[in-house]
Design a protein around this ligand. Structure first.
Ligand SMILES: C[S@@+](CC[C@H](N)C(=O)[O-])C[C@H]1O[C@@H](n2cnc3c(N)ncnc32)[C@H](O)[C@@H]1O
Length: 150
């Protein structure tokens, strides 16, 4: 269901995102020593491409095949430094302790009692590595006229 929903979202436009890397990524990662990075919900790949250009080896994961095909087509120059992978990260956790940087930007992570998907992302960070988790403030998601979040 989520895969079909995401694919339909990407197919509905030639390009969904700007093609620019997320600003927080640029600010927070610019001074880190490149290593292995995981881009969680990479979308059309702008963050993965930016990381690869800076010398990172990137595993870029998304549930949408359409997004991944688009990302790979835009990233031929960094071929070999980005592995594009289709997976549902709420079902299939990434490998444990494998990444010096786990970069999560605007990834829809539903709250679950066992927090399994979140734990999977935390566990993917190598010892001494970095988890960069960026999301919307709840207040920004409230539609005008609707009640504030509880
Ligand atoms: C709001 S977009 C953000 C894309 C990109 N990180 C960015 O900041 O431009 C969220 C991305 O997560 C992907 N996604 C959603 N649920 C997913 C899941 N369960 N597993 C893997 N990717 C997922 C979507 O297909 C989409 O590309």
């Amino acid at each position: 269901m989520d895969e079909r929903f995401r694919d339909a979202m990407y197919r509905s436009h030639d390009q969904v995102f700007s093609g620019d890397p997320n600003g927080v990524l640029v600010t927070e990662v610019a001074d880190l020593r490149p290593g292995q990075a995981l881009d969680v919900g990479c979308g059309e790949g702008a963050d993965a491409l930016w990381l690869a250009r800076r010398g990172w080896h990137v595993t870029a994961v998304d549930i949408s095949r359409t997004a991944l095909d688009r990302a790979a087509a835009a990233a031929v120059e960094v071929e070999g430094r980005v592995a594009w992978a289709r997976a549902d990260l709420t079902v299939t956790p990434p490998p444990v302790g494998a990444f010096d940087l786990v970069s999560v930007h605007y990834f829809p992570l539903a709250r679950r009692p066992d927090h399994a998907a979140l734990r999977g992302l935390l566990d993917a960070v190598a010892p001494g590595g970095t988890l960069l988790f960026v999301t919307h403030a709840l207040v920004d998601l409230v539609r005008p006229g609707s009640p504030p979040p509880a």
